[in-house]
Design a binder for this molecule. Structure first.
Ligand code: ATP
Ligand code: MG
Ligand code: MG
Ligand code: MG
Length: 562
């Protein structure tokens, strides 16, 4: 590819709305451009890297025996009603109606569609095991899309679904995918860890997330310094802190707290020590009732709980945010379950033995609130999250906390979807059996972004070779000098003949600005062709990662960089 015939719009300035390195660099290196919140154009240079990751995924999925297909992005509501998720998935599901007023959604994940396909096409145990995958655009109406491709609303995912006759078969399928994922992320040149994970919105019995280690990661991971134990903190808290039993006969008691609107005011008024403070979210239902949602633990835990509640990773809450739905009867609230909750304020304290929570009126709080008994919110659990220095639940070692980016996720689904949709086969006895499923996702764009998060310096991207848009950049120092341009063109042609992916920077620009762009776009190997080197029949080879340079004989250059 010749730069002068390409679309590679680099930016000198860091865009002000990009907070993390990968987002800034993907914009600056002309890889992506935003169309709407969380919706991006993949420019040619960015697309090449995306396609590299897809190719690695394809090869490893195929090698593991999975078969590629392609499902539609537009999904009829009936399928999601059949699984029950039309009701439960929440606002990340973008719903719409066609001209005949039939309801549809844009697929955020495809368990329903694939299960429907399999129930209609697979009849016998002889057709099993089966693992089907696609690489496709997904849509999730994320509450706060951010960080570029890291958390988009429209994004590319590889999603695979396995079908087996029994649990043992499903375990084998899961293990195969787990190993394929290890290979995929190794081949992408990432530093990652597989961690035990919560099953969240998808459901199922057990799961692992593949976490790329990065300070900017939205997830927290705990890992043991002695054994192999590693888990997402959402999951680790379950393992670490069993729920305290409910004290029988504990009574709700309403106390006056005149004028108290903030956590500090309530704590001062009720004289509860700061270390016993527990944040509570004061929320309003969509019918106008005010109630409290209790969130035990430190601020970070609250954030994590809410993330799970919201199905997103955002940590800040503003008044008016919708945060969940009532699934129990909260204190002072007699309305039906299923109502939406909107944040009014967040404050509260913990009393000596029980919770103190906002009451269903101004200037009063409830003392003795019991979470499980008096107040419940979907997916909420009363647990403490793991902290650095906690004891490992497996071996007694010490736990550390890391930040990570979730690039992949494997789930054992059991028969959740196959039972709901009636996906069965006949076994060798002629008996009808409900299928065992697994599902396996990888965020393709997020993987590229995570790789850049791990591989960059102050000058720009440092692409790992396997996912680099081009392998070699040939920079023509001054394309106006015919001899220099000629030599560069020859190298360019020779490299292409060898099957090397090469970008020829033939722009008529100052060498300084071309070198800056070269650093920014991060192609791993660089050949610089200039008049000075040519006098000695040589060109300079530079490695982007190390900055190391050496002169190569002109004739040997193509073979040497290969
Ligand atoms: P997150 O916790 O970051 O919201 P998730 O757990 O909701 O992700 P999954 O349902 O497990 O995501 O989807 C499989 C993979 O799709 C994720 O591991 C991630 O790599 C990718 N992914 C999910 N949401 C997004 C998004 N909004 N933008 C880009 N990639 C995403
Ligand atoms: Mg999510
Ligand atoms: Mg997740
Ligand atoms: Mg996940």
């Amino acid at each position: 590819m010749r730069y002068t015939e390409y679309l590679l719009p680099t930016l000198k300035e860091t865009p002000s709305d990009a907070e993390i390195a990968s987002h800034q660099l993907m914009l600056r290196a002309g890889m992506i451009r935003k169309l709407a919140a969380g919706v991006y154009n993949y420019l040619p240079f960015g697309l090449r890297s995306i396609r590299k990751v897809e190719q690695i995924i394809r090869e490893e999925m195929d090698r593991a025996g999975a078969i590629e297909l392609l499902m539609p992005m537009v999904i009829p509501a009936e399928l999601w009603q059949e699984s029950g998720r039309w009701e439960h998935y929440g606002k990340e599901l973008l719903r719409f109606a066609d001209r005949k007023d039939a309801s549809f959604c844009l697929g955020p994940t495809h368990e329903e569609v694939i299960t429907d396909l399999v129930r209609n096409t697979v009849r016998s145990y002889r057709q099993l095991p089966l693992n089907l995958y696609q690489i496709q655009g997904k849509f999730r109406d994320e509450i706060r899309p951010r960080f570029g491709l890291m958390r988009g609303r429209e994004f590319i995912m590889k999603d695979a679904y396995s079908f087996d006759l029994d649990e043992a078969g499903a375990d084998v399928a899961y293990e195969k995918m787990y190993q394929a994922y290890r290979r995929i992320f190794e081949r992408c040149g990432l530093k990652f860890r597989a961690v035990e994970a919560d099953t969240g919105n998808i459901g199922g019995t057990s799961s692992h997330e593949f976490m790329v280690l990065a300070a900017s990661g939205e997830d927290a991971i705990v890992s043991c310094d002695r054994c192999e134990y590693a888990a997402n903190i959402e999951k680790a808290e379950v393992a670490l802190a069993p729920q305290e039993p409910v004290a029988p006969g504990a009574e709700l008691q309403k106390v006056a707290t005149p004028g108290c609107r903030t956590i500090d005011e309530v704590s001062t008024f009720l004289r509860v020590a700061p270390e016993r403070l527990v944040k509570t979210l004061i929320v309003q239902t969509d019918t106008g009732e005010v109630l409290a949602v209790l969130l035990q633990g430190g601020h970070e835990l609250n954030d994590i709980k809410l993330c799970r509640l919201l199905g997103c990773n955002e940590v800040t809450l503003a008044p008016d945010d919708v945060v969940g739905r009532v699934t129990g009867a909260p204190p002072g609230f007699a309305g039906p379950v299923g109502l939406q909750l909107r944040v009014l304020a967040d404050y509260a304290v913990r009393g000596m033995a029980d919770f103190v929570a906002g009451a269903n009126e101004a200037d009063a709080h409830f003392v003795g609130v019991n979470l499980g008994r008096d107040c419940a919110v979907e997916q909420f659990a009363d647990l403490r999250s793991a902290r650095s220095g906690d004891i490992c639940p497996r071996c007694g070692g010490v736990l550390e906390i890391w930040r990570g980016i979730e690039v992949g996720h494997v789930f054992k689904l059991g028969s959740k979807y196959s039972a709901a949709l009636g996906a069965t086969v006949l076994d060798d006895q002629g008996q009808e059996r409900v299928l065992f499923m697994g599902c396996y996702g990888i965020g393709v764009g997020r993987t590229v972004a995570a790789a850049i998060e791990q591989n960059h310096d102050e000058n720009g991207i440092v692409f790992p070779m396997p996912i680099a848009p081009f392998q070699v950049l040939v920079t023509v120092v001054n394309p106006r000098e015919a001899e220099v341009l000629d030599a560069a063109e020859r190298i360019y042609a020779d490299l292409q003949a060898l099957g090397v992916e090469v970008l020829l920077d033939d722009r008529d620009e100052r060498p300084g600005s071309k070198f800056k762009d070269a650093d920014l776009i991060g192609i791993p190997l660089r050949l610089t062709v200039g008049a000075r080197g040519l006098k000695e029949n040589a060109v300079e080879l530079q490695e982007r990662a190390t900055g190391e340079r050496r002169m190569l004989a002109l004739a040997e250059a193509p073979a040497m960089v290969r």
